[in-house]
Structures are given as structure tokens and as C-alpha cells.
Design a protein around this ligand. Structure first.
Ligand code: PLP
Length: 388
């Protein structure tokens, strides 16, 4: 091997000519970012997006995605995290301290509650659950240690749409910071910041990706000081995202409104069909007038995610419900949603929501991009196999 082969390969002088203009955002990858001299090292501040210091602190690709998510949410600053759950953890870690209390809606995304129970408790942070439909009850719970309140619209699995304006007003009166998990709304169904919410988080894994192939989260703010606190913790935890993943989300963003609307329309068509089935006791969809919190949804939104739950009659047994889910062919069994493939998942309602007044066996359906008629035919066949 020639002595200088490695040097030639690593330090090759050719540079592609500048001036290449194409429409997609380029994928910029780096751990090391090179400085022209030591003065530049000293002049650059990792906190500012006007220059680069290290791959973990951002590249042109991740900065571009942050800007787009910030405008989608109607915010000013955005931080990307390696998953939606990491976005939740970042907010908790950045804003809570021993002695504080965090408020979670009773229908909160499950892993958020688990984080509070298993992690926050070890750091001396308490958590309490509130009824997202009862703003007055929520306000009465807030005390001097209440620091942060999570909001989720619609709530996970049971799909209650909360009284967001009422909850936000109550939190404001008591000086409690509010953070919305906006995964369901995707920045499209309503604007969290217009309601006075302080922080808007999202699992970009769902609608913004749309491909069932990327895990990513975002934490968006309008307030500079709040952003700085989140930014510093984000750095300490090393929560960077890869440029290839950021590029996949950037590639999907232009079709986000079209996909959201299409999956909403298909979801409602399938939900309306299911509502008429004798096996179904109730359909939980925020756009249906018998769904908990429907009036709050109607006051705020016209769109909805393509996500809803059905309650199968109590007279069936759990193995029959499993047989129904197992018999589906187009609907795959799995977690997550907003990808091209429709998904089904049975949840243990009584264990998840102690004290719930909802009755029956809960199956959540996430509508993909298949034709609604084909999805209804799949459901009809599986219902026949399980309950016929
Ligand atoms: C999926 C989801 C998350 C977490 O996102 P991951 O990227 O899977 O960690 C958080 N909140 C809600 C409401 C979700 O649906």
C-alpha cells in the first residue's frame, strides 16, 4: 500500500462546485464540525443557530426541520428529540425539581404516566391525575407545589377531548406551566399556542413522518426563556437526532395536510360504518356527538386524526375480542399510528382507566391509507369470524 493512500483519500483536494440548486433539503451529517481557526472556536456559541459547533448541537438539516416544525405549531423555537417519549422526558427533566408536582390527565399517553411513576418519583417529584373534562376540578387541585400540567387532546385510547381553554385558564391563574402533547392534532387540527399553552410537544413519529419508519419528537415554544431552559437540558442529555431521520421527516412534511385530511375522512367513514354494527356498543371518536368532550372538540376543530376506539359489547369475552383482532388482515396488530398501514390494538380498559364509566371491550383502530371500503370489508369478515 502506498504510504500516502490514506492521506489522499481523507484529504483529497477536490471540492464539488458550489451553486447546485435543488428543491429537497440536503442531508448534512457530522459529529465534528470544522472551524477555520481558534478565534472562530471562541466566537461561536452553541446556543445560537447562526453557526455550527458540533453535530449534536445541530446541522443545517436539523435546524431546517426545527424551523418547519416551529412554524407548523405556530411557535418560535423547536428542539428535536430521538422519539416522542424523549420529548416528554426532556420537558419533565428541564422544568421539574424535587418538591414539585406535575399534573397528568387521567387519559394521558401511558408511557408519560409510567415516566412519572418510575423516574420522577425517584427525583422527589410528585404526580397527580386530573379529569381532563373538569376544568374547575383541575383548578381546585392546583397548589403551591404544582409546577407543570400536561394536556393531551384527544386523550390516548379513550379519546376524550379536554376542555383546553378552561384548563389553560386555570393553570395560568395558578402560575402553572402548561405543555400539550399535540401528537393527535399534528399542528393542524388546532394551534396550541393560540390557546395560551406554553410548550407544545409532538411525536413526529406519527403524522409528520407518516411512514412508520422514523422515531422522533419535538418540543416547541414561543417564550425565549423557556426555550433556553429546555435547550440547556437538551444539550446535557445529548438528545441529538440523525440527519437521515430528519431528512425523512422533511420529505414527508409537504404531504402532511393532505394525509391528515385523507386519514380523517377515511377514519370517519370506517367509524360511521362500525357505529351501525350490532357487535359495537359505542365508537369513541371526538367528532361524534356522543363521544366524551365532543363539544370541546367542536368549539376548536373541524379536523380530526384518523384514530378512534370501539367498545365491543360487554356480553363478549376477552378471547372472542382477541379472535376478532387476530382475524383482521388489512389491519395489522401494532402500536403507533399515522403510517400507510391501518392498525388495531385491544387495550385492557378497566386496568387502564380505573373508575371509568365506559363499558365493553376496547379496540383502538388507526386508519392508514387504504380505501375505507376495503377496511370495512376486512372488519366485517373479522367480526363474522369472532362473533358470528
Ligand atoms: C406515540 C406517541 C408518543 C411517543 O412517541 P414515540 O416516538 O413513539 O416515543 C407520545 N404521545 C402520544 C400521544 C403518542 O401517540
Amino acid at each position: 500500500m502506498q504510504d500516502d493512500a490514506a492521506k489522499q483519500l481523507i484529504h483529497h483536494p477536490y471540492r464539488a462546485p458550489p451553486g447546485f440548486e435543488a428543491l429537497p433539503v440536503p442531508v448534512h451529517k457530522a459529529s465534528t464540525v470544522v472551524f477555520p481557526n481558534m478565534a472562530a472556536v471562541r466566537a461561536r456559541d452553541w446556543k445560537h443557530k447562526d453557526a455550527y459547533t458540533y453535530g449534536l448541537h445541530g446541522t443545517p438539516t436539523t435546524f431546517t426541520l426545527e424551523e418547519r416544525i416551529a412554524s407548523l405549531e405556530g411557535g418560535r423555537h423547536c428542539l428535536l428529540t430521538p422519539s416522542g417519549l424523549a420529548a416528554i422526558a426532556l420537558v419533565n427533566q428541564a422544568l421539574l425539581a424535587p418538591g414539585d408536582e406535575v399534573l397528568l390527565p387521567s387519559n394521558v399517553y401511558g408511557p408519560n404516566l409510567e415516566y412519572a411513576r418510575m423516574e420522577l418519583a425517584r427525583w422527589g417529584v410528585r404526580h397527580r391525575s386530573y379529569d381532563p373534562l373538569d376544568a374547575a376540578g383541575f383548578e381546585a387541585m392546583l397548589g403551591e407545589h404544582s409546577r407543570l400540567a400536561w394536556l393531551e387532546a384527544a386523550g390516548s385510547v379513550t379519546m376524550e377531548f379536554p376542555d383546553l381553554p378552561g384548563l389553560v385558564a386555570a393553570a395560568r391563574r395558578k402560575g402553572v406551566t402548561t405543555v400539550l402533547d399535540n401528537t393527535w392534532g399534528a399542528g393542524l387540527a388546532f394551534k396550541g399556542f393560540d390557546l395560551g399553552i406554553d410548550i407544545v410537544a409532538q411525536a413526529l413519529t406519527k403524522y409528520p413522518s407518516g411512514g412508520a419508519d422514523v422515531l422522533m419528537g419535538s418540543v416547541t415554544t414561543r417564550d425565549d426563556e423557556l426555550h433556553q431552559r429546555l435547550l440547556v437540558t437538551h444539550k446535557h442529555l445529548g438528545l441529538g437526532v440523525g440527519a437521515n431521520d430528519a431528512e425523512l421527516v422533511l420529505r414527508s412534511l409537504p404531504s402532511l395536510p393532505l394525509r391528515y385530511r385523507a386519514q380523517d375522512a377515511a377514519g370517519r367513514a370506517v367509524a360511521i360504518w362500525l357505529r351501525k354494527r350490532p357487535e359495537v356498543a359505542r365508537v369513541l371518536h371526538p367528532a361524534f356527538d356522543d363521544s366524551p368532550g365532543h363539544a370541546h372538540w367542536r368549539a376548536l376543530c373541524t379536523d380530526a386524526a384518523g384514530l378512534f376506539s370501539v367498545l365491543l359489547h360487554e356480553r363478549y369475552d376477552a378471547p372472542q375480542v382477541d379472535r376478532f383482532v387476530d382475524a383482521l388482515e388489512l389491519f395489522k396488530i401494532g402500536y403507533s399510528w399515522a403510517g400507510p398501514t391501518s392498525l388495531a390494538m385491544a387495550y385492557p380498559l378497566a386496568a387502564m382507566r380505573p373508575g371509568t364509566t365506559l363499558r365493553g371491550h376496547l379496540v383502538r383502530l388507526a386508519i392508514g391509507l387504504e380505501e375505507p371500503a376495503a377496511l370495512c370489508a376486512d372488519l366485517e369478515r373479522a367480526l363474522g369470524i369472532a362473533f358470528g
